[in-house]
Ligand binder design. Structure first.
Ligand SMILES: [Mg+2]
Length: 91
């Protein structure tokens, strides 16, 4: 199998970048931006970083590191599962 560690590290980095933007969004607000550099609101940064993740996933799909059938199965079922647990949690 081809060495895929470079792409896996890229995925890990992009996931960390999403985590950071989500943390900033929860701490300061989704519409807020960084006070010093801040012309880009957190919601746009989140969109950008999610796009980066999808781009890396495309690479991993091309390399057949990620199985597209399994990915789509889980992607399709996730929204209902999130809503179900949200309802259970919030009552
Ligand atoms: Mg990124």
């Amino acid at each position: 199998m081809e060495d895929n560690s470079y792409y896996l590290v890229c995925l890990m980095e992009e996931c960390a970048e999403v985590s950071q933007v989500v943390a900033k969004s929860l701490r300061f607000g989704i519409d807020d931006s960084h006070p010093k550099t801040g012309d880009i609101p957190n919601h746009e940064l989140l969109s950008r970083e999610c796009g980066d993740i999808l781009g890396v996933i495309d690479c991993l799909l091309d390399m057949r590191v990620i199985n597209e059938d399994i990915l789509m199965q889980y992607r399709t079922r996730k929204p209902d599962r999130i809503k179900k647990y949200k309802e259970m949690y919030n009552g």
